[in-house]
Design a protein. Structure first.
Length: 311
């Protein structure tokens, strides 16, 4: 059993490492102009009454996605997965196809490995093992993707207070909003590259001709963070009504810092409860063995000696 679990874990880690290395190797920067053209083409298709369903052609990966989308229920799965990949910061065109293909390969590896390990068992045990392998092969890549989304959101959440404060300072110098966001993204790209890339994408989308409100809506949809939603609404409303944005951003940055401090204090408060279970399960039994076993052995030795001496 331990050998089987080790095999599955090693196969999964190897597959994830290969996919991640391939994504990094073929990584390309976001192309807001191409995104804008794709959006206009999609709008044209909708206006002409055509369906937004995936079409065949366009290479092996696109054809593979089209074949997967023909399976009942998989089209919605592809849309949800593409949305999650975008929320994890993985927005290249081949990302969805690579993830789905890797997901399928990993599931087949799990099923093949379980079938090999269960080759000498009865049919009922083999069927149970195949079901377990199928569930693991289906759920583990999804959990990894959820973890990537949570990590990306945590990085953006951590970067928001300082970035918003810097944006307010830059706006106070008299720069326009687009120039200020571009300047902030240039300054923050080595400290907080995730949020800097998001700001840069928004600026490029506006320069490509997209409405500013629509660009910020896409930013909210990409990140899925409530603080980003509040920031976007503040910027759009300030531009619409002509109010001072720099002062509002300073106040908002202070509130973000307060919330970050409260989250840190809550995490510290939860640490004691989280440490209770490892202490009870691992530390206390070892402590009992170290403290009680010598005394018990000594008592048993004395009792044995007393019984032997009485005889």
């Amino acid at each position: 059993m331990i050998l089987a679990i080790s095999f599955f874990v090693a196969a999964f880690v190897t597959l994830v490492a290969l996919l991640w290395a391939g994504m990094l190797l073929f990584r390309q920067p976001d192309d807001p102009l191409r995104d804008r053209l794709d959006e206009l083409q999609a709008s044209a298709l909708v206006s002409n009454g055509k369906s937004g369903r995936r079409r065949a052609g366009g290479g092996f990966l696109n054809g593979f996605l089209y074949a997967v989308s023909l399976i009942p229920g998989m089209d919605e799965f592809l849309r949800d997965t593409e949305k999650e990949l975008a929320q994890a910061g993985i927005r290249r065109k081949q990302a969805l196809a690579a993830y789905v293909l890797g997901h399928l390969i990993f599931m087949l590896v799990m099923l093949g490995g379980m079938l090999y390990l269960q080759r000498g068992n009865p049919m009922t045990q083999r069927f149970g093992g195949m079901v377990a392998a199928f569930l693991l092969g289906w759920l583990l890549p999804a959990q990894v993707l959820h973890r990537l989304v949570a990590r990306y959101r945590a990085k953006i959440q951590e970067a928001l207070p300082d970035t918003v404060d810097l944006l307010g300072i830059v706006l106070g110098t008299g720069l326009a909003l687009d120039q200020a966001m571009l300047r902030v993204s240039e300054e923050m790209q080595y400290i907080y590259p995730e949020l800097a890339a998001e700001f840069y994408t928004v600026v490029m989308q506006v320069k490509a001709g997209q409405d500013r409100g629509r660009a910020f809506q896409q930013l909210v949809r990409r990140t899925g963070i409530e603080d980003i939603k509040a920031l976007s609404a503040m910027i759009v409303q300030s531009e619409r009504f002509g109010t001072s944005l720099s002062q509002a951003l300073k106040v908002y940055a202070e509130s973000l810092r307060t919330r970050r401090r409260l989250r840190a204090e809550a995490a510290v408060a939860k640490a004691g409860i989280k440490m209770l279970f490892p202490i009870v399960l691992f530390i206390l039994p070892a402590l009992f063995v170290i403290t009680l076993v010598p005394g018990v052995l000594s008592v048993l030795r004395d009792l044995k000696g007393g019984i032997g001496g009485g005889r």
